[in-house]
Structures are given as structure tokens and as C-alpha cells.
Design a protein around this ligand. Structure first.
Ligand code: SF4
Length: 427
């Protein structure tokens, strides 16, 4: 087996963190519904919100008018406190109508949002009441996707955390993999673990309500996404043990993630090498094709999805880039600590955002590539900076060996495009 490269002499684990609190440019947690409704095939997400929330969902999902989507917005018009009892009754009626029309729904999530009328509505009581009314066929849970309380990927965290208290109890010696991945990537991950002889593996979220995992003191938890701090806290409070590891992004991250699980589950080195050697070699080759464009280039991350630290580790250690600033909306050290340790010292590590100050830093640094939200990308492009939309990194399959080349290519594309444009302009 090829050994993993040694960690840097000085990583970013002990680096000072620039903490900023100001105006931020990030989508709200409702966005998570876009990938969660695809993942959980018998779940429905009912946003209790405003017309703005409905527009966000419609435009982000691009739902065709004849499709039967598995999310909707119950629009709460402006009302006063006296109208709230009516709002509860109206919600009950809407849910009853929905469940009657859609018997395929087994899990219903009431998703809170920003408007003050929604904040006044007690959605947890509503979920309890509706769960009792529609049990055992449907379980109703609630969480907030409000832009006041959550950023972009925290919606998934809030959703999964809401599921933890209702998971059944078990004493089984098992492994729970947490975080929504596209089915094809999840199948690759499960295939690798099975090939190592690790059998008792469950996923949260499960694809269907009947496959929901159980949980107990012998459950080991590995995260496939870095933004699940609240969920991890809820799982460990129920006795599960976290396997800390770099995130499975790139060849190195995937190997280190699998190695941490293999150690914990007693897989021997020979078996580990037999299962991982070939896909590791394939991943390295695929990364090398894109890394030629990335080598020596400077990258700047605006905070967006919390994937920034693992991605910076991948780009610096596997693609030869230099990180200037790595901004994340939140830094959960329990989760991204191993990635921070592997990230070579040098970049500014920042948490939170004061967008104007951060834009000043990016303009001064003139990075070759800036990873940022949609709202910042166009202005920065107009100023001559190549950008990559951070949201693409959440909507594109990027985890594990077979996607490692695509992940590197995602970053190489804007640099190639810019080089081609320059060439055209010169002709
Ligand atoms: S939850 Fe808040 S930020 Fe998100 S779309 Fe609705 S109103 Fe806008």
C-alpha cells in the first residue's frame, strides 16, 4: 500500500482564527431541501414561510409544473397574534389534505423560516400534534431553515438533528455514516466498506423511513459532511462515539477517512490495501489531469458551505495550490480539526464574515481563483478575478475516490476558461 503523505511540518490546527461578525452573503438553510428531498424518497418538506421562501425553492429546484414535488411552501400572510390560532388550524387542514392526497409520504418536515409570523408559530408543538394525528403511517418533525438562524448547509444539519431523538435504541456494534450523499456515491462508499468486511453499516438520512438507523452506546459515527455539528452533538449525547477523520474528499482525504474507520473496526492492513490500492491509483491519475492547471495557483475561499477547510486541504496538498484565505461560516473543530492539521500553515483562517472587509482582502490579494457565493461571483469576475460558485460544490458529486478527478476539474475549469478568453482577446 502507498503510505499517505506525511502531515505538514506546521498545519493550521493551532493557527489564529480571524473571527468576523458583519454583513454576510450566504443562502439560508431552506436550500438544503433541494438535496434532502431527492435523498429521502418518502419525505415531504413543508416550509411554513413567505412568498420569498416559495420563490427561493421554486427557482433553486427548477421544478417542472407537472411534476409532483416533495416540498411546498405554506404561505403565511401577515396576521396579528390573534390570528395564530387560525394559522395552527389552517396548518392542520393543509397537512391533512396533503397526506390524504399523497399516501406515499412517510415523513413530513415542517420547516420554519424568517417571517415574524412564522417565528411566533410553535412548529414543534404543531409537529407533535400532527405526528399523533397521523401516526403510525407518517412521522412529523420540525426544524428551522430560517436565514436568521441558519446558513446554507445548516438546514441539513438542523433536519438531521431533528431526526436523532426519534431514532430507535440499539446495543448493536455498528457504524453510522452521517450526511446526505447522492445515491451513486453512497453506494460506492458502502461498497468499499463492505469489501473491507465492515457489514453493520447504516446511513443517516436513510433513503426511506423504514430504513432509519437505530442508535446506541456501541454505535460509531463517521461524518461525510463537515457541516453537521448540531447533529453530531445530538448523536454523541445519545452515547454514539465519533470517529474523527479528514473528510473523504480527494484521494488523501478518502484514504485517511477510510483508514480511521478501518482502525476502529479492526480491519487489517492487508485487507485495507487490497480494497483501496486500485481506486487510490485511479483517483491520483484523475486528479493529476486537472492539477496541471491548478499547480502553483493561489486560491481564496469566502465562507459559504463549511466545506472550505477540507477543500483547501485537498487543493493545497493534492493539486499544488497555495491558499491565501480560507473562510468558513463556522469552524467545528471536532469535525474539521483533522483537515486543519493537514492544511499547511500560511493562509488566513477566518470564521464568519464581514463581507466588505473580506472583499477588500480578496482585492488586495488578487488570487488566481476565488471560491464564493453567487452574489459575489459576478462583480468579482467583472473586476478580473476568476471565480467558482461555492454552491456547485454542494450540488455536484465530489466525495470519495471516483469523484476526486471531477472535484479537481471543477476548480480547473474557471482557470482554463479565463485563459481561453485571454487568448481570444489577444488574437
Ligand atoms: S427563510 Fe428567510 S432568508 Fe430564507 S427564503 Fe425565507 S425569508 Fe428568505
Amino acid at each position: 500500500m502507498t503510505a499517505l503523505p506525511p502531515p505538514p511540518a506546521t498545519g493550521c490546527g493551532a493557527a489564529p482564527v480571524l473571527k468576523q461578525r458583519g454583513q454576510r452573503e450566504v443562502f439560508c438553510g431552506l436550500t438544503g431541501i433541494m438535496w434532502l428531498h431527492r435523498k429521502m424518497q418518502d419525505a415531504f418538506f413543508l416550509v411554513v414561510g413567505s412568498r420569498t421562501c416559495a420563490h427561493l425553492l421554486q427557482s433553486a429546484a427548477g421544478v417542472m409544473i407537472f411534476a409532483e414535488p416533495r416540498f411546498a411552501t405554506a404561505i403565511l400572510e401577515e396576521t396579528d397574534l390573534a390570528g395564530l390560532a387560525d394559522a395552527q388550524d389552517e396548518l392542520d387542514r393543509e397537512v391533512a389534505r396533503l397526506l390524504e392526497r399523497r399516501p406515499d409520504i412517510r415523513q413530513l418536515f415542517l420547516v420554519g423560516s424568517c417571517p415574524s409570523e412564522v417565528i411566533k408559530l410553535d412548529l414543534s408543538r404543531a409537529a407533535e400534534r400532527l405526528s399523533q394525528a397521523h401516526a403510525p403511517h407518517v412521522r412529523v418533525l420540525n426544524y428551522s431553515g430560517s436565514g436568521i438562524e441558519t446558513t446554507f448547509t445548516e438546514g441539513e444539519d438542523a433536519c438531521l438533528a431533528a431526526m436523532v431523538p426519534v431514532l430507535a435504541e440499539t446495543d448493536a456494534d455498528d457504524l453510522l455514516l452521517v450526511g446526505a450523499l447522492p445515491d451513486v456515491v453512497e453506494d460506492q462508499m458502502l461498497g468499499l466498506l463492505r469489501a473491507m468486511g465492515i457489514e453493520n453499516v447504516r446511513c443517516l438520512p436513510a433513503r426511506r423511513a423504514d430504513d432509519m438507523p437505530a442508535l446506541g452506546p456501541n454505535t460509531r459515527v463517521a461524518l461525510v459532511q463537515p457541516f453537521l455539528g448540531e447533529t453530531l452533538g445530538a448523536l454523541t449525547r445519545r452515547g454514539a462515539r465519533h470517529i474523527a477523520a479528514p473528510l473523504p474528499l480527494g484521494e488523501e482525504g478518502t484514504t485517511a477517512w477510510l483508514a480511521a474507520i478501518a482502525r476502529e473496526m479492526g480491519v487489517d492492513a492487508e485487507t485495507f490495501a487490497r480494497v483501496t490500492d486500485a481506486p487510490r491509483a485511479r483517483a491520483r491519475k484523475a486528479i493529476a489531469a486537472a492539477a496541471a492547471t491548478l499547480e502553483g495557483k493561489r486560491v481564496f475561499f469566502f465562507p459559504d458551505s463549511q466545506l472550505e477547510i477540507p477543500l483547501a486541504r485537498f487543493l493545497t496538498r493534492e493539486c499544488g495550490m497555495e491558499a491565501i484565505e480560507v473562510g468558513a461560516p463556522f469552524i467545528h473543530r471536532d469535525i474539521v480539526g483533522p483537515d486543519l492539521d493537514l492544511l499547511p500553515a500560511g493562509p488566513t483562517i477566518s470564521e464568519g464574515q464581514d463581507v466588505d472587509l473580506q472583499l477588500d482582502r480578496a482585492r488586495a490579494a488578487r488570487p488566481d481563483l476565488t471560491i464564493c457565493g453567487l452574489g459575489l461571483a459576478n462583480p468579482l469576475e467583472a473586476e478580473g478575478l476568476a471565480t467558482k460558485w461555492a454552491i456547485e460544490l454542494v450540488f455536484t458529486p465530489i466525495h470519495f475516490y471516483e469523484q476526486a478527478g471531477d472535484l479537481a476539474a471543477l476548480f480547473a475549469r474557471p482557470l482554463r476558461r479565463r485563459a481561453a478568453l485571454r487568448l481570444e482577446a489577444a488574437e
